[in-house]
Design a protein around this ligand. Structure first.
Ligand code: CP
Ligand code: NVA
Length: 301
């Protein structure tokens, strides 16, 4: 059974097939989920991911069921394995936003229902698919583009570097030394053949086609706020940085912590494409669900 936990679960052809499905008109979407459910489990808050996933399920003819961590009590009321086996009785897929990436791996290891990562502390693959859709629409193929990621090298950055790398591109990650990819992620990126380099200080970023940032304080890290603000001092994306990169579009997965990692003027400025990027979350997740349903149906027949 195929799952979608991270971009490197996919071959290049499969990623390109998903991008192609994402570009299809909503009127051409097959009703693969008619009369069926998809469980949408959230252990963290969400605006874009919950709404895009629920609407994607609707567009595929199905019914999304939103489930909170408090409600099912994963590994408290019941084990993650028993929750997954239970949801598999009623749903064609289980989509989950969790803290530890390993929890998704435990759910997927059962092979009783396809599991989709809606963001873990490890990665955010559906976001990365929306990101490359946005870049391709704005600037053409990612290969050969000067793509700069400024900020925390964690979940969003990992999936983004994997997606850009699979499509033949390379990301320059501009992050303080102690907020760069950890050794496990760096090895994973290297094993996936996803090239990245570390850039110098943000003042030296020039000639970019894309400038991307994410919050400095990810969900679950609120207790480290003061320390993180100090670590990222000087890494804010501001008007001066965008002026040094006049041909760049600005991307952010959102939610933005306005005037922390990026200024209002950049978020709301002429180079910003954040709302197109947010809108692309819907075709991205719909395409992933469609691909998973098709590929798993093929494997079963
Ligand atoms: N980008 C993103 O995943 O947004 P939400 O946390 O609102 O879902
Ligand atoms: N890095 C952020 C992404 C939110 C979509 C977080 O994990 O909170």
């Amino acid at each position: 059974m195929r799952h979608m936990l991270e971009i490197d679960d996919l071959s290049v052809d499969e990623l390109e097939r998903i991008l192609e499905l994402a570009r299809q008109s909503v009127t051409d979407v097959p009703q693969l989920l008619a009369g069926q459910g998809v469980a949408c489990y959230f252990a963290k808050p969400s605006a874009r991911t919950r709404n895009s996933t629920e609407m994607a399920v609707v567009q595929l003819g199905g019914h999304p069921v939103y489930i909170t961590a408090d409600e099912v009590g994963v590994d408290q009321r019941e084990s993650a394995e028993d929750v997954t086996r239970t949801l598999a009785c009623y749903h064609r897929a289980v989509c989950a936003r969790v803290f530890e990436h390993e929890l998704l791996e435990r759910m997927a290891a059962l092979d009783v229902v396809p599991i989709v990562n809606l963001l873990s502390d490890g990665g955010h693959p559906l976001q990365a698919i929306a990101d490359v859709l946005t870049i391709e629409a704005e600037r053409g193929p990612v290969a050969g583009r000067n793509i700069i990621y400024v900020g925390d090298a964690n979940n969003v950055a990992r999936s983004f570097v994997l997606a850009v790398g699979a499509l033949g591109g390379k990301v320059t990650v501009v992050a303080p030394p102690d907020r760069r990819f950890n050794a496990v992620d760096a090895d994973r990126l290297s094993a996936a053949g996803a090239p990245f380099t570390y850039g110098d200080r943000p003042e030296t970023v020039t000639g970019a086609d894309v400038v991307y940032t994410d919050t400095w304080i990810s969900m679950g890290q609120e207790g480290d706020r003061e320390q993180l603000l100090r670590a990222f001092e000087g890494y804010r994306v501001d008007e001066a940085m965008m002026a040094r990169n006049p041909d760049a579009v600005f991307l952010h997965c959102l939610p933005a912590h306005r005037n922390e990692e990026v200024t209002d003027a950049v978020l709301d400025g002429a180079q910003s494409r954040i709302w197109r990027q947010a809108a692309n979350r819907l075709p991205a997740v719909r395409a992933v669900l469609q691909w998973l349903l098709e590929v798993n149906a093929g494997a079963a027949s």
